[in-house]
Design a protein around this ligand. Structure first.
Ligand code: F6R
Length: 614
């Protein structure tokens, strides 16, 4: 999830690219760069914000002057820390090809090895850099080819996702772009064209755009654009008129970042699994822990430390790792772990989970565990943040920047990572090859199921309307759905300011049942699993005390409908997969209740996105 801009026309390109990148900063902000063509191929790229790049440009604009063609990128790291060298554009050794890339090259390590053996020197740790060397290699074998021909040939070697732009003074006055799994838009002006990863940087220049489809390439010149498939078959494109405000475009057309991030989840889930879930081979590839996997498998005990939503993901991780890998797991609030003198030693593995990678308590827990000699591993979203830097190994969630303060897509990404980790720890020990393939197959179907659940948004809005004035909520679930009950309650309280509590459903009779009356909405997560009959009894108990029941149930269930005022049906899956599905309606319900109460969902009162203080 990075931002791309391109410009070709009659105006100075650099200021247009830089202001376009500023519009795209919500897509990534750890480093940025531009490359232009004015006879040569001047470029600048550096770690930090687009503002910092702009300041550097303003200090010495001379080398960029006169260029009316260029490309720019703002990065959200996936491979390689945020740094000057990992920033895009990437250039070949002769510095006459510049390339920017969104997405993930899945077979990059293979390609990189191949290119290194042929004498190519790599200047960055990114997967993207292989692309520019591939283009260079093909061009060297036949210098008479056009830029589009060499890009097309290079892409035949690439597995994975890309949105990319390439320029070169060897075939000047054109930008070659290609898309597979990572969006690209061409903006059509008067004698000038814009390229971007979404319409945000284009809309101030023109409202006319053409959206590239997956598997398409375009050659953009000052005279026009030509779109073909990557297989070189010409395609007809329709010009679309934008009618969005800039703010809405940044939010992908959604009212709030939180809603956008909830709806992004099917795509994010695919990104998290990309190149890692190998269903046919019956294995999971987790590069960041590969060298430590044996040690992880031999752990006497795993302790997971985290805060808030990440702690809820940790609870699901406990169930998954114990279930699949049969390694004992404990989950601790990082804030408790750091101060309670825990018994930890070299046989233990401590896993810290954090979206931001900067949470003060989680970082302190990590340091405490390290001091006691434990092996520490991280699960983080922000590449290069403090936690990944201080852990021995780890897995990035690749959920892209999460802007809404309430964590949504980062949570589902964390749970997917924990599922993959549990399977990786099981391989060769507690799970057969067939079981492994079956579990991976189920996991790879999750994005599809998630997309189906998002279609229930209208029904969830109706439910939100009738419960928006409630003063309390109870969330109940059992087994894998107990942590989801906690997460549902946390989401509601943090953005709507309604008091909500999550409990394991069986605990209700030990206290919370006293709260039940006709003013108490109770959300049951009642999907079909081994505790289904027990949860039906819990629903009966609430109904007989006049509590208002909203249930999340498996498709085809008729029992629950008899007892609940509202039922949200979701696709049936195994218990281990369910948290990834049951949480989505709860995220939507919190969102719609909060907006109906006039709350600022993206910036709830008293909360910060990254809690860097105790
Ligand atoms: C809830 C939420 C917080 C965070 C918590 C930990 O929606 O966002 O509870 O989950 O502050 O943050 P990270 O994961 O960045 O360590």
């Amino acid at each position: 999830m990075c931002g791309i801009v391109g410009y070709i026309g009659m105006r100075e390109a650099a200021p247009i690219l830089l202001s376009g990148l500023q519009r795209l900063e919500y897509r990534g902000y750890d480093s940025a760069g531009i490359a232009l063509q004015n006879g040569g191929l001047p470029f600048m790229k550096q770690k930090g914000s687009v503002g910092a790049l702009l300041a550097a440009y303003e200090e010495s604009p001379a080398k960029m002057v006169g260029a009316t063609l260029g490309i720019g990128h703002t990065r959200w790291a996936t491979h390689g820390d945020p740094s000057d060298r990992n920033a895009h554009p990437h250039l070949n050794a002769d510095e006459d090809i510049a390339l920017i890339h969104n997405g993930i090259v899945e077979n990059y390590s293979l390609l990189r090895k191949e290119l290194i053996s042929e004498g190519y020197a790599f200047l960055s740790d990114t997967d993207s850099e292989v692309l520019v060397h591939l283009v260079d290699r093909i061009w060297k074998t036949d210098p008479s080819l056009s830029l589009e021909a060499v890009v097309r040939a290079a892409l035949r070697h690439v597995e994975g996702a890309y949105g990319l732009c390439v320029i070169s003074p060897r075939d000047p006055d054109k930008i070659v772009v290609a898309r597979k799994g990572s969006p690209l838009v061409i903006g059509i002006g008067e004698g000038e064209y814009f390229i971007a990863s979404d319409a945000a940087p284009i809309v101030e220049h023109t409202k006319k755009v053409v959206y590239l489809s997956d598997g398409e390439m375009a050659v953009v010149t000052r005279e026009g654009y030509q779109v073909k498939t990557i297989e070189n078959v010409e395609t007809e494109k329709v010009i679309t008129e934008l009618d969005f405000s800039l703010e809405k475009i940044e939010k992908g057309g959604f009212e709030h970042f939180m809603l956008k991030e909830i709806f992004e989840q099917p795509e994010v889930m695919r990104d998290v699994m990309r190149g890692r879930v190998r269903t046919e081979e019956g294995r999971v590839v987790l590069g960041g822990i590969e060298d430590y996997l044996d040690r992880l498998k031999q752990a006497k005990r795993i302790v997971i430390c985290a805060c808030g939503t990440s702690w809820h993901a940790g609870l699901i991780g406990e169930y998954l790792i114990e279930d699949f890998a049969r390694i004992p797991v404990e989950v601790d609030y990082a804030s408790e772990f750091r101060y309670r003198n825990p018994i930890i030693g070299p046989d233990d593995v401590v896993i810290v989970i954090s979206q931001s990678g900067e949470t003060a308590d989680t970082l302190a827990a990590l340091r405490a565990a390290k001091e006691k000699g434990a092996m520490v591993m991280g699960i983080c979203n922000v590449v290069g943040s403090t936690i990944p830097r201080e852990t021995m190994c780890g897995i990035y969630t690749h959920a892209g920047p999460e802007v809404g303060v309430a964590s949504t897509k980062a949570f589902t990404a964390q749970v997917i990572v924990l599922y993959m980790l549990a399977l990786a720890l099981s391989k060769g020990r507690t799970i057969s090859h067939d079981e492994m393939r079956l579990s991976l197959k189920e996991l790879s179907q999750v994005p599809e199921h998630a997309a189906k659940i998002l279609e229930l948004d209208a029904q969830i809005q109706t439910i939100a309307e009738s419960f928006k004035d409630a003063r309390n909520f109870l969330y109940l679930g059992r087994g894998y759905n107990f942590p989801v009950a906690l997460e549902g309650a946390l989401k509601l309280k943090e953005i709507s300011y309604i008091h909500a509590e999550g409990y394991p459903a069986a605990e209700m009779k030990h206290g919370p049942i006293a709260l039940i009356d006709e003013d108490m909405p109770v959300i049951f997560i009642a999907t079909r699993d081994s505790s289904y009959n027990k949860i039906l009894s819990n629903i009966e108990e609430v109904r007989s005390r006049k509590g208002r029941v909203i249930a999340i149930a498996s498709e085809g269930d008729t029992e629950v409908a008899r007892l609940a005022e509202h039922v949200i049906y979701i696709p049936q899956a195994s218990a281990q997969i369910m948290p990834l599905l049951t949480v989505i309606p709860l995220q939507l319900l919190s969102y719609h209740i909060a907006t109906r109460r006039g709350c600022n969902v993206d910036r709830p009162r008293n909360l910060a996105k990254s809690v860097t203080v105790e």
